[in-house]
Design a binder for this molecule. Structure first.
Ligand SMILES: Nc1ncnc2c1ncn2[C@@H]1O[C@H](COP(=O)(O)OP(=O)(O)O)[C@@H](O)[C@H]1O
Ligand SMILES: N[C@@H](CC(=O)OP(=O)(O)O)C(=O)O
Length: 447
């Protein structure tokens, strides 16, 4: 069985939904994971903000606009009056759930319920459309099997058991539709896997059912060798190993959710990134096959804070390092990159929530400077240290750009560099020109 995930852009209109149906019809049995229609979750986030601020009129406006948009989608998607009515009933029920919060005290639990509506609507609409087309499908409610534990980690044994039971109820069905993104937490409340989390849902489902392949269908022909929103003439990378893909996702390649690779890697299930607008394009295959000696791609992670700590020599060097890391750990603040010297340590984080407290604790032992609006630019590929030359090419590409910190050696699949956000575009373009000189192929190291 395969798992096919279609993102918000792939189900973003009636036409796009019909296109998804042409992709999922026929072939072997599959679980189809859908995101909310494009823009819906952002609108739901806006609605929750209004609810928190008690801006009922503004919330009403956004809800009404969204509800009208769905009325239009229903008109475009279904042919018969009977199915249009059924769909309208389904969508109205979901919107009533949202309306019920207007004007009432609003909590974080309510927020999760509002955010869940987008995926509940898109999957309900798809299921009805398949019925109208005479195609047999089953709707698997993600809230009945997708669960995270008290630490926010997926509860794999629960997912396996409950998904298995649900699937066994439909022995003659080949198309199963389910929601991405949404789940229940350890207390049984509606929760989610964080923004963009439908990829993660697909990968967890794939691992739970030991799928033969996980396909992530989006609006671009696979992972490109640089961010296509920033750089012109990027090209798809045909093959990545799990580690390279995980690094790119973690360091900002938006096409994949950062957590999505781990379950697939642990179960050794290939992940294919495909374009729902060009279903025959080969896309990118992510597996444990490594291609030797190639720089594969560049990605950038925004909103990074750079923290430089110069020791006041109050603590011995070994104690200084452990005190720094203990302090970050106490405030549950992960660091992305670290460099040390004889007198100090520099780190980066994407989580500034407790930065003031952390700096307050460490100021007794170090002179600290904090720089915001930084970016991590990450070059990914087979960068084994014996493959001489790759560092020189990266540094050469960035020769005109001030680089705040460089990190290599923690893994041999990436070199990461910290710089100001204002220099990101220039840096990504320079790296593309130097590392991938031709638009349709990546360059071998040393070539
Ligand atoms: N390295 C990259 N390769 C491909 N796409 C990328 C990359 N970096 C950023 N993107 C962006 O990711 C987008 C697809 O991800 P996303 O918007 O989450 O899709 P979906 O709506 O299908 O979930 C692409 O349209 C592209 O602009
Ligand atoms: N709808 C959710 C989950 C998701 O993964 O969406 P997409 O696949 O469109 O990035 C979000 O917008 O965060």
């Amino acid at each position: 069985m395969k798992v096919l995930k279609f993102g918000g852009t792939s189900v973003g209109s009636a036409r796009r939904m019909k296109n998804v149906v042409s992709i999922i019809s026929g072939g072997e049995p599959k679980i189809v994971v859908l995101s909310a229609m494009a823009g819906t979750t952002n609108s739901l986030v806006d609605i929750t903000r209004c609810f928190y601020r008690k801006e009922v009129d503004e919330a009403n406006k956004i809800i009404t606009r969204l509800e009208q948009a769905y009325a239009g989608h229903i008109e475009d998607l279904y042919t018969s009056v009977a199915y249009k009515e059924k769909a309208l009933e389904l969508v109205t029920e979901r919107f009533n759930e949202i309306w019920a919060f207007a004007g009432a005290p609003f909590t974080v639990f309510d927020e999760k319920v509002v955010l869940a509506q987008g995926e509940l609507i898109s999957t309900g609409m798809m299921h009805l459309y398949l019925q109208e087309q005479g195609m047999k499908s089953a709707l698997l409610p993600a809230l009945d099997f997708m669960r995270i534990n008290a630490d926010g980690e997926p509860d794999m044994s629960y997912i396996e058991e409950h998904l298995g039971k649900l699937l066994s109820r439909f022995p003659d069905t080949d198309i199963f539709i389910t929601q991405g993104f949404i789940c229940r937490n350890a207390y049984g409340e509606t929760d989610n896997l964080q923004r963009g989390g439908s990829d993660y849902s697909a990968s967890l489902i794939g691992a739970a059912i030991h799928a033969s392949e996980i396909q992530i269908w989006t609006d671009i022909d696979g992972m490109h060798n640089n961010d296509p929103r920033v750089v012109n003439h990027t090209a798809p990378v045909r093959q990545l190993n799990f580690e390279e893909a995980a690094k790119l996702a973690y360091f900002g390649a938006k096409i994949l959710h950062p957590f999505c690779i781990r379950p697939a890697k642990e179960s050794n299930i290939p992940v294919r990134l495909l374009n729902s607008l060009q279903p025959d394009a080969p896309g990118t295959l992510i597996s444990n096959t490594a291609e030797k000696g190639r720089i594969k791609a560049v990605a950038a992670k925004d909103n990074i804070v750079f923290i430089k700590m110069k020791s006041l020599n109050i603590l011995p060097p070994h104690k200084f390092l452990s005190t720094v890391f203990d302090t970050f750990a106490r405030y549950k603040t992960a660091v992305d990159m670290v460099t040390t010297s004889d007198i100090g340590i520099s780190v980066t984080t994407d989580n500034p929530e407790h930065l003031q407290e952390i700096v307050g604790c460490l100021e007794k032992y170090a002179t600290i400077s904090v720089e915001k609006d930084m970016v991590i630019v990450c070059v990914v590929g087979d960068l084994e240290w014996q493959n001489v030359g790759f560092e020189a090419r990266i540094i050469d590409a960035l020769k005109d750009i001030p680089v705040r910190m460089i990190s290599y050696g923690g893994s041999s699949s990436n070199v990461s560099l910290v710089m100001k956000s204002a220099d990101k575009t220039r840096a990504l373009q320079a790296l593309s020109s130097r590392l991938f000189p031709k638009p349709d192929e990546t360059e071998a190291i040393g070539a």
